[in-house]
Write a protein that binds this ligand. Structure first.
Ligand code: ARG
Ligand code: GLU
Length: 719
């Protein structure tokens, strides 16, 4: 008996470091207070100031927001940045055509003049952040109604931002943390001349495609390179041929030392959103209603697209980015539901809530009915939330495409129905719309849109409450006797929005007289009828719920922090710069299945299958494999490709630098393992893993496969 107890004790001691989950996405400015000791315990050799400091160059100066939703990092003193292939995907696709198919063949500028300009792309540096909670809450008191409170806060925020960037070229962002219990101001510098330097072929950058997406073991070479350009003063400037490569305050040395199991890792980037502190009702809403319904719609969308894309290479290119976008969340939702169920997350939350309420009753009566209030809201909110999600799937979020195009005309309508016609604004808008229409038709294939429209209109009627059915169904069910396909034929037969020349002419000649024609267009009408339901019946109610929820969330967050007073809380992700730290580590995926922490080139060759699009290994890579021409990237007779670690990450962390104990770049974060994607709602240290690309594979591809070895000369490489 005694022996057994001792064994348990020893085991508990041994397990201790593992038991500390290292879950969390931490605020760089507060590492010193909350995290640096633990980070150093795990092996980190730098200080909190090395990571984030206002006055000295530090690691944060080498991290950027890439585009609108990704992270990137500086890897040379000439503005060279690396991010994911899937983050640069839109740009790579933009420069691609059937003749010059960079998606398929890859692209490498062999000198700076060959780099490609990307309209609309920007990168954002954080200059500094400040806690501005007090100033944001100035003039706010506890008796205020939520709406009134919001008004005061919004006005304060506006003033703080304006003052912070007065007379500078910086941009200010101010965001709530801990559901509005704290506020931080971010001063950013945004560069808009960002050029494509190179990308591997999709058979590397997207190897495994959507089959392997969100999965471990993984072999995707998910990277692309860009260069930031600045004016002669090293400041942001729109594209000009006189711009010069930007000189950053800091760039990451690239380490070829690689990783071993147990090594310290840190991910430094921009996680988008998480929901760690929501009540169990939120999990019920997602797992029982919203996720299953939206998964179904997307399964249908993907079925249609895949069929057409598989049949025609031109269609495959046109719909590549759309398909990837739809598939990505679709697969994540499926994993999220599964992960929450395996974790028994709803029961865990309910137990926690029962304890919380018991505590509140005894100690903080003002919080005792929080969960009852939540329950009342979620009862109706769930259906509105579903309807909103479904509406997005119908039109704005890769739904019926010409209906969405027709929707863009509303901006023109606004200008031409205003009391006074603003000619200049009209002209500008016409130019912008012309550009958009060109892009729209570059990636448009009518048979997909028609089939999709039939499917979507049918599903909406079946899945959404009668109260939210738009008036188009009156004519579908009346004039077209319920034959959705006939109605869709009519829309596409009569609308101008499936005809590029007609749309361009319509925009170009648009005047007050055009309004009648617009209103008669059936694609426009289709959009308007859905938009009307959303505007009149869904949005106003949803807005009310959101306001009520935001007030509850704020109280519940503050209450949870008191309930667990000795716990250090991290704020939900909100697309601000965060640090996640952890260790390189494999995991047990399911019964009897153990995963190692890394993959190699051998796995790519194992997956090689010329019959499956996602698994076609490029001839050049096979050649390198055959001749074992691995150079300094070789480890044990092969080349490492990806690795997993316990860093807590989410969407937006794509492209984030993965750093070792010395702060050197060892990987690029690009995904999470499917078994753990519920980490946005509940983290499970046993199964939540971030997936990173090993820098040795990146350099191997650039050097040996692309022959762009000149780029290595500008990097700082640590061997
Ligand atoms: N799952 C990754 C992320 O959430 C990669 C997505 C892009 N890749 C893809 N095959 N769709 O962004
Ligand atoms: N691929 C995701 C992104 O684009 C990162 C994966 C995740 O969700 O953790 O940000």
């Amino acid at each position: 008996m005694y022996r057994k107890l001792l064994l348990i004790l020893v085991a508990a001691l041994l397990l201790q470091p593992l038991a500390k989950a290292d879950e969390g996405m931490w605020i760089p400015m507060l590492l010193k207070k909350y995290n640096i000791e633990r980070m150093q315990e795990l092996g980190f050799k730098l200080t909190a100031e090395d990571v984030y400091s206002v006055n000295e160059a530090c690691l944060k100066d080498a991290v950027v927001i890439f585009g609108r939703g990704c992270t990137g990092e500086l890897i040379s003193d000439k503005g060279l940045i690396v991010t994911n292939h899937h983050c640069g995907y839109g740009q790579i696709q933009y420069h691609s055509s059937v003749e010059n198919d960079y998606l398929t063949n890859g692209f490498w500028a062999m000198s700076q003049d060959e780099e490609l300009v990307n309209p609309g792309l920007s990168v954002t540096f954080l200059k500094r952040m400040d806690d501005v909670t007090e100033r944001v809450l100035e003039g706010v008191n506890d008796d205020m109604e939520t709406a009134e409170r919001k008004k005061v806060i919004d006005a304060n925020i506006k003033a703080i931002k304006e003052e912070a960037i007065k007379d500078t070229h910086y941009k200010a962002v101010l965001k709530p943390f801990f559901q509005g219990n704290q506020y931080f101001l971010f001063i950013n510098e945004v560069f808009t001349d960002v050029r494509l330097v190179g990308a591997p072929p999709s058979a590397i950058g997207k190897f495994g495609g959507d089959t392997d997406n969100w999965m471990w073991p993984r072999h995707t070479g998910d990277f692309s390179m860009f260069r930031i350009y600045a004016n002669k003063d090293n400041e942001p400037a729109d594209y000009s041929k006189d711009n010069v490569p930007y000189q950053p305050a800091q760039h990451f040395p690239v380490s070829l030392k690689g990783v071993n199991e147990g090594d310290f890792t840190m991910v430094f980037g921009y996680p988008g959103s998480t929901y760690q502190y929501v009540p169990s009702y939120h999990l019920e809403m997602l797992t029982e209603t919203v996720n299953p319904k939206l998964i179904d719609v997307r399964t249908q969308k993907l079925g249609i697209m895949n069929r057409y894309q598989g049949a025609d290479p031109a269609v495959r290119i046109k719909y590549a980015a759309k398909n990837a976008r739809i598939s990505n969340s679709w697969k994540r939702w499926i994993g999220e539901n599964r992960g929450l169920e395996i974790l028994d997350a709803i029961n865990k939350k309910q137990q926690y809530e029962a304890d919380f309420t018991a505590w509140a009753k005894a100690q903080k009566p003002e919080y005792a009915d929080l969960l009852t209030k939540y329950k009342a809201i979620y009862k109706d909110y769930t259906n509105y939330n579903l309807t909103y999600g479904y509406y997005r799937e119908m039109i704005p979020s890769n739904g019926m495409e010409i209906a969405y195009l027709a929707n863009q005309m509303n901006a023109l309508k606004d200008i031409y129905t205003a009391k006074e016609l603003n000619e200049e604004a009209a002209q500008k808008l016409k130019e912008k719309l012309t550009e958009r229409v060109e892009l729209f038709f570059k990636n448009y294939y009518e048979p997909i849109d028609m089939e999709l429209s039939v499917k979507l209109l049918t599903m909406y009627a079946e899945n959404i409450d009668a109260a939210f059915q738009p008036d188009v169904y009156a004519s579908i069910n009346g004039k077209y006797k319920g034959n959705v396909a006939k109605y869709v034929d009519y829309v596409f037969g009569k609308s101008i929005f499936d005809d590029k020349a007609a749309v361009l002419a319509f925009i170009n000649e648009f005047s007050a007289k055009s309004l009648k024609k617009l209103e008669k267009d059936p694609a426009y009408h289709l959009n308007e009828s859905f938009a009307a339901v959303y505007k009149d019946k869904v949005y106003p109610q949803l807005k009310k719920f959101k306001l009520q929820l935001s007030a509850l969330d704020k109280d519940y967050m503050a209450a949870q922090m008191q309930f667990k007073a000795d716990k250090v809380f991290y704020p939900d992700a909100n697309f601000t710069l965060r640090v996640s730290y952890g260790q390189v580590k494999g995991y047990t995926a399911r019964d009897a299945v153990e995963y190692k922490h890394f993959t190699t080139l051998e796995g790519i060759m194992e997956k090689d299958n010329p019959d499956i699009y996602d698994y076609r290994v490029p001839a050049k890579l096979k050649e390198l494999y055959k001749t074992k021409d691995y150079g300094r990237y070789e480890v044990d007779g092969t080349v490492p490709v990806c690795f997993v670690a316990t860093n807590h990450t989410t969407g937006g962390n794509s492209g984030s630098p993965v750093l070792n104990a010395d702060g050197h770049l060892i990987g690029i974060n690009f995904d999470r393992a499917w078994e753990g994607v519920m980490s946005d709602l509940m983290y499970n240290p046993e199964q939540c893993r971030n997936i990173s690309l090993d820098m040795r594979y990146v350099l191997f591809i650039v050097d040996k496969m692309a022959g762009a070895g000149y780029l290595l000369d500008e990097m700082t490489i640590v061997e």
